[in-house]
Design a protein around this ligand. Sequence first.
Ligand code: 4AZ
Length: 272
Amino acid sequence: SAASAPYQVVLWNPRRYPDASLNTPYNTQFCGGTIIGPRTVVTAAHCVDDDRTGTISTSAVRVLGGIATMPRSTVLPSDAVGSAVSAIRLYDENGDGRSDFDKRTMRGDIAVLTLTGALYSGTPATRAKVAPLALPSGDVAAGTTSQVSGWGGVLAQPVGGSAKQDYPGELRAGLVQLLSPVLCAARYAAAGVTLTDTMLCATTDARPTVDACQGDSGGPLAAAQNGVAVLVGVVSYGIGCALPQFPGLYTRVAHAQISAFVRRELGAAPTG
Ligand code: 4AZ
């Protein structure tokens, strides 16, 4: 589908190109991301964390925007924009420089990438293909329709996510509704999973449901707030994909410390 998500980027690994073992043989995409400033991209912490060193190397990440079709080679379409990464910051709750992303509970699953080059310049509104997404000024109400997008797997996954998967060449987008945190917590509690205050749930009443899946992680959940599109959530995880009883889980960008973290990193990035 022709997704309208000019703020969407893909994260790919130039060190692994090409890799025939991947289901997407023509690239090494591993996560999505969202442009929030000329040199700033938001993604999920679990996309770029590393047990041993804290984060993966900046040289293992490149950001690509301005595309709907995933390029089949490292020769990019002329209207694509790309950048290397100069810094990777995992969620830092209090600005002490230490990560507060909890891999066990997935609390604080958000990271900010600072780029070596600007993805756009001038007036963002003039850019149909590359533009930043604004940050929310507070929580968006349960029931609000939001758009999730990415190049992640398109086949529903059972508990455990063991079914075969298929990755699209074209950016996909779907509409989901934000679910009340209490309702969502009850559904996950049934599976022994405790949700935390940094999480947000979204799903649909339609069957099968619309959902994010493997490879969509780090990408945007966008909704209108006071008439402006904002980054409500970051694709994080979930049990299976498109299972009615387990909504997709997103990092809640409006959470006070998450929002403060993102704004701090955005403010520290070069603007040009
Ligand atoms: C993943 O593995 C993943 N259904 C992302 C989102 C969801 C499940 C898994 C949500 O990246």
